[in-house]
Design a protein around this ligand. Structure first.
Ligand code: CDP
Ligand code: CDP
Length: 224
């Protein structure tokens, strides 16, 4: 039996990271960890409690008294915030628009990275986010940086929303995605950035299966 590896997948919003990471994890029998869900969960709580999102100290203090739990299930990862299932609630446009401000705070990131490293310790894991290859799992055996054109990424979100009966105009989605990418890339602490040793995959004209297969091939090379 070969030792399981850690796989880090980073990239901008709606590039296909979570969809593809889930397939790769399933194929390898690894756990899948969506780190974006953790930043979304603390953002939801801050919005509910009226915390000042601009304050690193307030955000950090809030996180210290918050319990965020990720649990695998048949329909993907379930997210619990202080024991309450928030899997759906964290995907709202309200949370999406606020999350990058919350995620920029150093006190928030220090704690999140700690939690993520604990979750990954000693196991086969596929983890997706923005800083996984650069900060959370710097020694991951396989690092992927996944992207696609902003038009294609907005179109994908639009189609996904349609299935859930959410009708945000395409232009608004594209604008929100571009804004979030900019904030995530330009923040001071652990910005969205391709790790030097990450493999770049442009999924603009790839199907989900094609992208997953590319990563699985790379993973099998690392495993053998
Ligand atoms: O699914 P989507 O691409 O829309 O976003 P996500 O992966 O759920 O991440 C939501 C936000 O959390 C990102 O826009 C980042 O601001 C933040 N994030 C982060 O800073 N670091 C991570 N490792 C993951 C997410
Ligand atoms: O996790 P991230 O925000 O990077 O993206 P995602 O939530 O996995 O993917 C966004 C949407 O694009 C999903 O509805 C996927 O089914 C879709 N997608 C696609 O149509 N083609 C791909 N090659 C990858 C994802």
């Amino acid at each position: 039996l070969t030792r399981p590896i850690q796989i880090a997948i980073d990239g901008p919003a709606a590039a296909g990271k979570s969809t593809i990471a889930k397939i790769v994890a399933e194929q390898l029998g690894y756990i899948y960890i969506d780190t974006g869900a953790m930043y979304r969960a603390i953002t939801l709580k801050a919005l509910n409690e009226g915390i000042n999102m601009a304050s690193n100290e307030e955000a950090g203090a809030l996180l210290m008294k918050t319990e965020i739990d990720l649990q695998p299930s048949e329909n993907g990862q379930l997210v619990f915030l202080d024991k309450k299932n928030v899997t759906e609630a964290i995907r709202s446009q309200h949370v999406t628009k606020a999350v990058s401000e919350m995620a920029a705070h150093e006190l928030v990131r220090i704690r999140m990275v700690e939690l993520q490293q604990q979750l990954a310790e000693g196991r086969g894991v596929v983890m997706d986010g923005r800083d996984i290859g650069t900060h959370v799992l710097p020694n991951a055996a396989l690092k992927v940086f996944m992207s696609a054109s902003v038009e294609e990424r907005a179109r994908r979100r639009f189609e996904e929303n349609k299935k859930r009966n959410i009708e945000t105009p395409l232009e608004e989605l594209q604008d929100e995605i571009a804004k979030r990418d900019k904030m995530d890339s330009e923040r001071e602490v652990a910005p969205l950035k391709k790790a030097d040793d990450a493999i770049f995959i442009d999924t603009t004209s790839l199907t989900i299966q094609q992208a997953a297969d590319e990563i699985l091939t790379l993973a099998k090379e690392r495993l053998s």
